[in-house]
Design a protein around this ligand. Structure first.
Ligand code: AMP
Ligand code: MG
Length: 303
């Protein structure tokens, strides 16, 4: 990886990072149609492929080094393109090193535990990349927009009340601090879709037979809570983008651009981890030479 490439990528993703401590107003601060001067999907294919190639190379080193894991949390409103982003960005990566976990409405068993329990069970191991398709952030998003979901969590009285969201932000920050301190890098991506583009994508799902399976009436119902979601997202970004686990807001109105952003943010993060293949110690080298002699000396007789 050329140094100039690394610098270029860092510069490209910089405007997408949420500065820790900033007071985010999503609608005011981030444009879902931003495309960094790139013109069309066709002209940008090369840029996406650069990101995918870096990812592939670095994932191999991450697995070989086996000390650091990478957790990528993806959040978005419906139809923002999370699934497609995962599919395209991970296309060049060895599937053995990546696990995708999708989080749905919690089960009865999950509701019987503390709110981070089910996410902790799916964390990547050292050397792995874990992708959370939806994540522990649902606990301050959908659960905040629909207070009846919080009721279902059967919290003790002292853990409820008006300060519950502030407390969850703190607990999430603490948990992520713990993970990063212990070798699990945490990266958070929010795919930012405009209300109009979501409307068009839902209509397309209804109109095109091949897309119809993705349509859910529930999604259109959720759309009625648009403003409440925008507020919950803004709060989440303001309180949980930290130096050790930053949020990036990915403009999602153009799928091709969102994929370029996701691949480059991942590439940048892996370059910062900077994993290396393990070096062979003199003792290992000696054992390997012995093994070589043994193998050479035990060749089967010819014929
Ligand atoms: P999908 O990703 O389209 O399959 O939808 C999954 C659904 O599960 C979404 O409507 C999410 O909002 C919902 N969901 C995910 N996590 C939670 C949670 N912790 N509490 C309630 N609903 C959730
Ligand atoms: Mg859905």
């Amino acid at each position: 990886m050329a140094d100039s490439d690394a610098k270029q990528i860092a510069k490209f993703i910089e405007p997408l990072r949420v500065k820790p401590g900033s007071d985010v107003d999503l609608t005011r601060d981030f444009d879902p149609a931003y495309k960094a001067g790139l013109v069309t999907k066709e002209k940008s294919e090369e840029v996406l492929q650069r990101g995918v190639a870096i990812l592939s190379a670095y994932q191999d080193r991450l697995a070989a080094q086996d000390t650091t894991g990478l957790l990528v949390c993806l959040q978005a409103l419906d139809a923002a393109g999370k699934d497609g982003a995962i599919r395209h960005v991970m296309s060049g990566v060895n599937p053995q090193g990546v696990h995708v976990s999708s989080f749905k409405v919690p089960s009865a068993e999950e509701l019987s535990h503390d709110f981070l329990w089910r996410y902790a069970r799916r964390l990547p191991a050292r050397g792995e990349i874990g992708i959370f398709n939806r994540s522990h952030y649902e606990e301050v998003l959908v659960v905040r927009v629909h207070p009846e979901l919080l009721e279902r969590q059967r919290l003790p009285a002292a853990a409820k009340g008006t300060s519950v969201w502030e407390r969850r932000f703190r607990e999430i920050n603490d948990w992520e601090r713990y993970l990063t301190d212990n070798g699990i890098t945490v990266l958070k991506l929010f795919l930012n879709l405009s209300k109009e583009e979501q409307r068009l994508r839902f209509l397309r799902r209804l109109d095109l037979a091949a897309h119809n399976w993705k349509f859910s009436v529930n999604d259109v119902q959720e759309r009625r809570y648009w403003d409440r979601y925008q507020h919950a997202f803004s709060e989440m970004l303001s309180h949980t983008s930290t130096d050790h686990a930053p949020w990036y807001v990915v403009p999602a109105d153009r799928k091709w651009f969102a994929r370029i952003c996701v691949s480059h943010i991942l590439a940048h993060t892996l370059m910062q981890i900077d994993p290396h293949y393990p070096t062979v110690t003199p003792e290992q080298k000696r054992v390997e030479e012995q093994a070589r002699s043994e193998l050479l000396g035990s060749a089967a007789p010819e014929g």
